[in-house]
Design a protein. Structure first.
Length: 631
């Protein structure tokens, strides 16, 4: 079935037969009893609420109380113990998802701080970190092409919950006690312990136990792993995580004094204060994320590797502050200038899943699916792709097309697993590289190149919703992993030899070839200025060609500084060069196929074409329309 026909068929095939069914309202108290839903989302965090809103926006028929969301937290969201977050930051993909897909552009502008890229800082001397002049830094040089946002997650989730209730979702304020998942298309039963809604969270009381049923479950319950624990789906062993063993400690602080991060340069057009700032040391990095504007509130936390630090070294606020005072004094000063709101820690951070999209009509989203390290804010990126795949899959499932549904279940599961695997691999060997400004700046430069040149245009072109692309990407992912493994091994050698291969700034051009810059030169087909946001409209293969070219150019420059002419005899280098040439050749052919297949399609978006057609009837008269004052 053509995707454009699905929406018109939904009402006749599904909802027409149910038009006489009674449905509960969006109120928790009225939604009591044995009720059936097309989709139930477990968890009203950022992932779960994004899924609910996206479903209701893209499949309007579901607004008739056919989607439910369950969460034990109060809608007031006044419980700091249960509402803490590791980080609150989006990047271009997740920023576009919230602004465009969830139609929250104005909400974000009005209620959440803007984000001006990621910035990275290494102390020039380990014993002097009093001000930003004491750091080697990569500073953003311009406003972003695609606006991203910092998020006060508690505030946003509270607002999103009300939005989805207003849209027609049914909210159950309760705790999931049991789930009968069943097999295949079997109806699923969820046992809920309802909870009272109190002004003081600690005063809420258990109410009645109820059962609801559904055709599909989206588990966004975070580390509660509602489905994961019942299906043995969660993978926490480091052998499934490229050896990753990390942990995190963080706090939120309000009313800080901005002067402690008062570092400006008139040669740039970007706010450095409203960026996500990363501070580095051996085996750890620290984030500083603004989550409010006027009061200068921050989320500040450390992500560290357990082979270098024991969690007991970060298990109290006093220890964390002592660590900052010794190693990152500028952050210590910022925190001391304000009021600490809360303090939290995760002694074990990373995990992943065996299955992300199941043929038994369930999926896992957000932290319930995987989390590795918030270094590049990849969690929000995964939420964007997971939610869009869920909605696309739901369209086909509700249309009754079982073959297309199964195809997408398999392809989406395979794609999401491959992308999460890549995201986990981004953190591999961080323990040995983070504090080395030379090696780590090169890693950030090359990894930024891949993100902007491949993943971002793939998202803009909605390639992740194409089953063919999903299989192709996943089948070739092992080559990407092997390329990176070989490169990381060479970086290890450079670090062990104590070599300085230079400092790379991923925000500035002129360091590689010509004026190329990873964060600014990625749009090879001008998809942003041409508004090429439609399904597979942009030529992703053109982006792949140039990305691999510049990636290899960067690798050659870095390795030549380390090895000189001996580089040509290195087996890892020879493999990477051969792989790059083959990959560029493959995508050159695919690029021409894409170009010839779309040569008759409009160059720009439909709005422009419609405007040009209607403008043909325009004629300027130069006369004002008469009016009379009523005063």
């Amino acid at each position: 079935m053509d995707p454009t026909d699905i929406q018109s068929d939904l009402k006749d095939k599904l909802f027409g037969a149910r038009k006489n069914c009674s449905t509960p309202s969006g109120s928790t108290m009225e939604a009591v009893g044995n009720k059936h839903y097309d989709v139930v989302v477990i968890g009203a965090g950022i992932a779960g609420l994004s899924a609910v809103r996206h479903l209701l926006l893209k499949i309007p028929e579901l607004r008739a109380n056919r989607v439910a969301v369950i969460d034990p937290r109060s809608s007031i969201r006044n419980n700091l113990l249960e509402d803490y977050k590791v980080g609150e930051s989006t990047v271009e993909i997740s920023g576009m998802f919230f602004a465009r897909e969830l139609e929250l552009q104005d909400y974000l502008i009005e209620n959440q701080p803007p984000k001006f890229s990621l910035q990275f800082h290494w102390p020039k001397k380990v014993d002097k970190t009093d001000s930003m002049d004491d750091y080697h830094s990569t500073w953003a040089v311009k406003n972003p092409d695609i606006q991203a946002f910092q998020l006060n997650r508690s505030k946003m989730e509270k607002d999103l919950l009300q939005m989805v209730i207003d849209q027609g979702a049914v909210y159950y304020h309760g705790r999931v006690k049991d789930v009968d998942i069943g097999m295949g298309d079997a109806v699923k039963t969820i046992d809920i312990q309802m909870l009272s809604e109190e002004v003081n969270f600690d005063d809420q009381k258990p109410l009645e136990r109820i059962n609801i049923t559904t055709d599909y479950i989206a588990d966004a319950s975070g580390r509660n792993f509602i489905i994961g624990t019942r299906t043995d789906n969660v993978l926490k062993d480091p052998k499934h995580l490229f050896g990753l063993q990390n942990a995190s400690t963080w706090l939120r602080v309000k009313n800080t004094d901005k002067k402690y991060f008062d570092f400006n340069d008139q040669s740039v057009t970007s706010s450095w204060y409203y960026a996500t700032n990363h501070f580095f040391g051996p085996g750890y990095w620290i984030w500083m994320i603004p989550i409010e504007r006027a009061t200068h509130d921050f989320s500040i936390g450390v992500s560290y590797h357990r082979d270098k630090y024991d969690p007991s070294e970060f298990n109290s606020l006093d220890k964390f502050m002592a660590f900052l005072e010794t190693n990152q004094k500028v952050l210590y000063n910022i925190i001391k200038s304000g009021e600490i709101v809360d303090f939290h820690r995760w002694p074990r951070l990373a995990h992943t899943s065996k299955v992300f999209v199941s043929e038994d009509n369930w999926c896992v989203l957000g932290d319930a699916a995987a989390i590795f390290d918030p270094f590049y804010s990849t969690g929000m990126v995964m939420i964007a792709m997971e939610v869009e795949c869920l909605t696309e899959l739901t369209k086909y499932r509700l249309s009754g097309d079982k073959c297309a549904t199964k195809t997408r279940q398999q392809a989406y599961d395979k794609l999401i697993r491959a992308i999460t695997q890549t995201n986990c691999h981004l953190i591999k060997k961080h323990s040995d590289h983070l504090g080395n400004a030379s090696i780590m700046s090169w890693r950030i430069y090359l990894e930024s190149l891949s993100y902007f040149g491949i993943l971002l245009p793939a998202y803009i072109g909605k390639y992740h919703l194409c089953p063919i692309f999903g299989h192709e990407f996943a089948d070739n992912n092992w080559r990407l992993i092997e390329f990176r493994d070989r490169l990381l091994n060479l970086m290890d050698y450079i670090g062990q030899q104590g070599q300085n291969v230079g400092f790379m700034d991923n925000h500035r051009g002129g360091q590689l070839i010509g004026s190329f810059c990873p964060t600014s030169s990625w749009d090879y087909e001008h998809c942003i200025s041409m508004c090429m946001y439609g399904h597979k409209r942009l030529n992703l293969h053109k982006y792949m060609i140039w990305t691999h070219f510049y990636q290899m150019a960067g690798v050659i420059k870095m390795l030549y500084r380390a090895f000189g002419a001996r580089l040509l005899l290195n087996g890892d280098f020879q493999w990477m060069m051969t792989h790059t040439m083959k990959t560029m050749g493959f995508h050159s052919v695919k690029s021409w196929v894409h170009y010839l297949s779309n040569i008759s399609n409009p160059v720009t978006d439909d709005y422009y074409d419609r405007n040009q057609i209607s403008f043909k009837e325009y004629q300027y008269t130069g006369e004002a329309v008469p009016w009379e004052s009523s005063m």
